[in-house]
Ligand binder design. Structure first.
Ligand code: FAD
Ligand code: FES
Ligand code: FES
Length: 479
């Protein structure tokens, strides 16, 4: 069934919006139409967390909660979700929710502007974790900024929630919410409002049909890049095709030789999966944006954006990943090493979409990856370095080295690789090879880093990889 009505659960009821504006953000809907002004706008670009709301959805027959930035999420993406705002936390008998109580008790608020956003991040943390460790707290709060209280009282509030057993109203209403979500789950959405179109097909066949008709349409996955065209650059997106209702695109499959990640799999889901195979991939992802960003953002979106500082890209280059591209008629598989053509241009053609990404298990290879950014959390890389070595009897038989932030596309360091291959795995070899960095790269000065800084850091990261492997020891600020 195709409909121009989106449906979601709000306050234990099914809410319907007929033909919503596809460019309107959830934040603007919440504040302007629902008149719920607890949710704030700080930056309008996903960077401060003041607009954090929580969405509930069914996964493996369970209700899960994720925090998102409502300022960069388009209203139609609410379809099929449970919307939870800061105003909804209070219990039926007017008692504060435990996370609100904790914020009051530990003086987690001063001017109050950031407080609703922090409270929602704490709420999602509380609902998603039984044990609230320092690591869980760091991750939960990494996408929220406070400019006056400071973080210590908020962290204390978070710590006090550890192992707190309390049946909140969301727990009590869980079965009812699941029932309502199941009731509204099955619609395929097509909107046409003031010349702006939005499609959310449920099958790949329908997606192909829409792409054939609208090859210039913008494909929407998490929207953490695309939405900024509206919220920051004030553009109008005429035709959007959301992939998020296509269940067949949301998967992680493991075979003997590789891992395949479907296009709409969130970075958060992938981060948790990859930990067991490439731990440094997991560690870089933990510093990728914030939990709000990683709950919706995807690897496919990162690849299609093709930013020179896209964090997954040098890692995928080093691991020799494959990009599976689906066109209207055929599927093509590219090595990621040939996928990026020039600044933000890829081999993706109009009417095509990324179906999945395949990461091979390179048996025996040692994989290392590091992200350098001005802030530890929720910041884009200045330089990202990724390294894979095969070492046999102290000889380097394979060296694959890639950097982000060093040129107009994420790129391999071929001169350094050549120098390392067939050399001894020794400090002397690496010390000599790293001076070839300016043969491989000529980085620019910009607000994130100077050319010299980038060159120096790139050399140091290579050395760090050597020391970590040689000494069998991790050298990290957070280790
Ligand atoms: C606050 C903030 C912090 C961020 N931090 C980081 C960071 O630390 N590291 C980093 O690398 N990036 C970061 N980003 C950028 C962004 O989150 C990533 O590039 C993300 O991976 C994009 O994925 P998405 O699913 O949200 O893509 P979308 O925004 O949905 O799409 C991005 C582009 O890719 C296209 N596209 C999406 N999916 C497909 C597909 N399957 N096939 C073809 N085209 C497709 C879209 O049409 C669009 O042009 C950040 C962004 C924000 C707002
Ligand atoms: S308003 Fe800053 S993250 Fe949304
Ligand atoms: S309480 Fe003022 S910004 Fe956080």
């Amino acid at each position: 069934m195709v409909s121009n009505v989106i449906q979601f659960i709000f306050k234990n009821k099914i809410f319907k919006i007929e033909n919503p504006d596809p460019n309107k953000t959830i934040l603007n809907y919440v504040r302007d139409d629902l008149k719920k002004t607890g949710t704030k706008e700080g930056c309008a670009e996903g960077g401060c967390g003041a607009c954090t709301i929580v969405l509930g959805e069914i996964k493996n027959n369970k209700l899960i909660y994720k925090p998102i930035n409502s300022c960069i999420s388009f209203l139609p993406t609410l379809n099929g979700k449970h919307l939870i705002l800061v105003e909804d936390l209070i219990e039926e008998n007017n008692k504060l929710h435990p996370v609100q109580e904790a914020m009051v008790k530990f003086h987690g608020s001063q001017c109050g502007f950031c407080t609703p956003g922090f409270t929602m991040s704490l709420f999602s943390m509380y609902k998603s974790n039984t044990s609230i460790t320092n690591d869980v707290i760091d991750e939960a709060l990494s996408g929220n900024l406070c400019r006056c209280t400071g973080y210590r009282p908020i962290i204390d509030a978070a710590k006090s929630l550890n192992k707190k057993k309390y049946q909140d109203k969301f727990k009590k209403n869980q079965n009812k919410t699941i029932g309502l979500l199941k009731k509204i789950k099955n619609t395929e959405v097509e909107i046409n409002k003031n010349g702006k179109k939005y499609f959310a097909p449920k099958t790949i066949i329908n997606l192909k049909k829409i792409l054939k008709k609208y090859p210039d349409a913008k494909i929407l996955s998490g929207g953490t890049d695309l939405s900024l065209e509206v919220t920051k650059f004030r553009k109008e997106l005429k035709t959007i095709i959301s992939l998020n209702s296509i269940e067949k695109l949301n998967f992680i499959k493991k075979s003997k030789s590789s891992i395949e990640i479907g296009a709409t799999t969130s970075l958060f889901d992938f981060q948790n999966f990859i930990k067991n195979y490439y731990v440094d991939f997991h560690d870089v992802l933990k510093r990728y944006g914030s939990l709000q960003i990683r709950h919706v953002g995807t690897i496919a979106g990162n690849i299609a954006t093709a930013s020179p500082i896209g964090d997954t890209l040098p890692l995928l280059l080093t691991l020799d990943a494959k990009v599976v591209v689906q066109g209207v008629n055929q599927k093509k598989i590219f090595s990621i090493n040939e996928f990026f053509i020039s600044y933000r241009r890829t081999k993706l053609r109009k009417g095509e979409f990324i179906y999945s990404i395949k990461i091979p298990f390179n048996k025996g290879n040692i994989f290392k990856a590091y992200k350098i950014s001005k802030r530890f959390d929720d910041d884009i890389s200045s330089v990202c370095g990724s390294f894979s070595f095969l070492i046999k009897k102290n000889k380097i038989t394979k060296a694959v080295i890639a950097y982000g932030g060093m040129s107009e596309i994420p790129k391999r360091a071929s001169a350094i690789e050549k120098k390392l291959i067939n050399s001894d795995f020794s400090e002397n070899t690496f010390s000599k090879a790293l001076y070839l960095i300016d043969r491989d790269f000529s980085p620019i000065d910009d607000m994130r880093a100077s050319r010299n800084y980038r060159l120096t850091v790139a050399k140091n990261l290579l050395l760090k990889a050597f020391y970590e492997i040689n000494n069998k020891k991790i050298i990290r600020v957070n280790s």
